[in-house]
Design a protein around this ligand. Structure first.
Ligand SMILES: C[S@@+](CC[C@H](N)C(=O)[O-])C[C@H]1O[C@@H](n2cnc3c(N)ncnc32)[C@H](O)[C@@H]1O
Ligand code: SF4
Length: 459
């Protein structure tokens, strides 16, 4: 496939409306509390019958200080002691779930996210990995994708070596923006030295495919200021880059109200920044993977996309597909058997469940055949920007044109507007439609007409 992208301001303006990021289909908004720990256990049984490798996700919610833009599930505290009971509970959760999953299933993918995973000290991190290893079949050959999110303000070169010794082989670094005024406005002061010394340490320690996170749309950003941030980032050539559109959802994340409304860039300015970002990254030889993600053409992610082996899950894009994903810790989301499962969100509810020896399930959803079919289509479009009807028809025993007559009608309009090509064989998203892939996917989303206000704008 062609990995190009085109910035078409007219199309973007016409389609710029709220939409899901499709890290899952159906999205977490459809999960409900009728799904219980017993349902989860049944799905684990089904998952064991099917077999295959596993993916494990661990949520460490704590952060030392709050970044005003933050839309992550976090708990702000300077008291490191809060991690102690949390980790004790997590160890018990790992043991409980470990006893339910078939021990032969290899863990091909593992991720620590947050919050800030390195809020923990080395002994705590080591114990967490040891307990995981005790109850799950972790790989020892460095052949898995074992990744961690790093806030460079909460790590040093030693931390990075320690993480490598624990088995991690990939990191992503939170940067967001280097401009001092922007950093002050979002309450995240982070020097270039802090950031780049962590990247250098990761490379020296043998981490592969380091990634950096930037956000556009933050207060006081201008095309020039963000371009200066990009200059500094591109000079160190990260293998992967995420340039997120700032998701402004102050009703859900009250801390976002701390930023001065008058300092926020206009929609037009955000578009100008995005245009500059895309142009510069393409000039520098990065390819667009999709949904804010860029990679060097020789990076595994870019290769997997060219070879049709890319997948998308809650952690973003990945090359490991067939894994059922098991979540640990507050708010974590898993996908096991035919279900999505989300853990409770509050520390006390988590504590209570674990003390009662229950799975800390908050809600979830059992997928029906239609959900699975639509989920496969959306994932394919998000990852590869094309869809072959015949493959779907064979796998799901449907007649595409009949089953999706409504969706195809919506897509016909998008075809006329130049977002995509439609033929008897399938859909090919054009370079100008790639930034609007969420809108294209929404045509296949049975639930998308509802609750749109819970999503951020597409661009
Ligand atoms: C879960 S955070 C964790 C990383 C780590 N705590 C740190 O800050 O470096 C992962 C990334 O989400 C992105 N992010 C957080 N809030 C966002 C928002 N409101 N809109 C877009 N991206 C956001 C940031 O780029 C951040 O690096
Ligand atoms: S961006 Fe990272 S460090 Fe900042 S509040 Fe969010 S999770 Fe914590």
């Amino acid at each position: 496939m062609q990995q190009s992208i085109q910035f078409d301001v007219d199309l973007i303006n016409r389609y710029d409306k709220a939409g899901p990021r499709y890290t899952s289909y159906p999205t977490a908004l459809e999960f409900h509390e009728g799904f219980t720990g017993d349902d989860y256990q049944q799905q684990i049984k089904l998952s064991n019958e099917r077999g295959g490798p596993l993916s494990l996700y661990f949520h460490v919610p704590f952060c030392d200080t709050v970044c005003y833009y933050c839309a992550c599930n976090k708990i702000i505290t300077k008291n490191r002691q809060h991690a102690v009971p949390y980790l004790q509970n997590m160890h018990r959760e790992i043991a409980k779930l470990g006893a339910m999953f078939d021990k032969n299933r290899v863990v091909d993918q593992l991720h620590w996210g947050g919050g800030t995973p390195t809020f923990l000290n080395f002994e705590q991190m080591q114990a967490l990995m040891d307990v995981t290893r005790q109850h799950f079949n972790l790989r020892d050959d460095d052949g898995g994708e074992y990744s961690i999110e790093i806030d460079p303000r909460e790590a040093n070169e030693e931390t990075i070596q320690q993480l490598r010794s624990l088995g991690f082989n990939r990191i992503s670094l939170g940067v967001q923006d280097f401009d001092p005024a922007v950093q002050k406005a979002v309450n995240r002061i982070q020097t270039e030295e802090q950031t780049f010394s962590i990247l250098a340490a990761a490379r020296a320690a043998g981490f592969r495919s380091s990634s950096m996170d930037l956000i556009y749309g933050l207060p006081l950003q201008t095309v020039e200021s963000f371009s200066a941030t990009l200059d500094k980032i591109l000079a160190v050539e990260p293998e992967r880059l995420s340039v997120f559109n700032y998701a402004h959802l102050p009703a859900m994340f009250k801390v976002q109200r701390q930023m001065n409304e008058a300092d926020m860039p206009s929609a037009a300015l955000k578009l100008d920044i995005l245009q500059m970002v895309i142009q510069r990254l393409l000039e520098e030889g990065y390819v667009y993977i999709g949904m804010d993600h860029f990679a060097k053409p020789d990076d595994e992610l870019a290769i997997a996309q060219r070879e049709g082996r890319l997948y998308r899950n809650f952690q973003g894009y990945s090359t490991h597909s067939e894994c059922d994903m098991v979540g640990f810790g507050v708010t974590s989301i898993g996908r096991v058997g035919d279900a999505y499962i989300q853990n409770v969100k509050q520390l006390d509810a988590y504590d209570e469940s674990i003390k009662e020896d229950k799975l800390p399930v908050f809600k979830g959803m059992l997928l029906n055949a239609d959900d699975k079919l639509r989920g496969a289509i959306i994932s394919q479009l998000m990852c590869h920007f094309e869809l072959d009807y015949q493959r779907i028809e064979q796998e799901y025993s449907i007649v595409f044109a009949e089953y999706f007559a409504d969706a195809l009608q919506q897509l016909e309009l998008m075809k006329q507007e130049g977002l995509l090509e439609l033929s008897k064989q399938g859909i090919v998203v054009k370079p100008g439609g790639r930034l609007l892939i969420r809108n294209i996917c929404m045509a296949f989303d049975r639930y998308s007409a509802k609750k749109k206000t819970s999503f951020s704008k597409v661009i």
